[in-house]
Design a protein around this ligand. Structure first.
Ligand SMILES: [Zn+2]
Ligand SMILES: [Zn+2]
Length: 141
């Protein structure tokens, strides 16, 4: 049973086959899927699932705080179930791959920079080019 499904059960979320398939697809670290991708994967387990069900379920999970939305430049929003460990993202400008990163140190705003806002969270997305796109992946040391 995935971490996400365990959390949802604890909350008393009604686990239908559709919801289970969606939760299963989203589980794990470094998993950042678009709604369409969730739909495509969930359909292999539950062929009768509709895209509308996927959208509604994702919306509900986000509202519950069990899944977060990751903005990805101009691309479609990705969904991330890794909400228990705060993290930032590293994305490839070429292929759009997206991984979780946990950089050391606080990235807090100074009082002067916070414009009077009460800051409750931070999301950082680092942009660059992944090893696959720069061709460094197979390079020996
Ligand atoms: Zn890439
Ligand atoms: Zn993430």
């Amino acid at each position: 049973v995935s971490e996400l499904l365990r959390r949802l059960r604890e909350r008393g979320w009604r686990i239908t086959p559709q919801r289970r398939a969606i939760a299963h697809v989203l589980a794990g670290e470094h998993v950042h899927l678009t709604a369409e991708q969730v739909f495509e994967s969930a359909r292999s387990t539950v062929p009768e699932i509709s895209l509308a069900t996927v959208y509604n379920t994702l919306k509900e999970l986000v509202a519950m705080g069990e899944v977060s939305e990751v903005a990805n430049g101009g691309g479609p929003v990705r969904f991330d179930s890794n909400v228990e460990r705060p993290h930032h993202h590293l994305t490839c400008l070429e292929c759009g791959s997206l991984v979780d990163v946990y950089p050391e140190g606080e990235r807090s705003l100074s009082l002067k920079d916070s414009h009077g806002y009460e800051v409750v969270g931070v999301t950082i997305t680092y942009h660059g080019y992944c090893p696959d796109c720069t061709g460094e992946a197979a390079a020996p040391n």
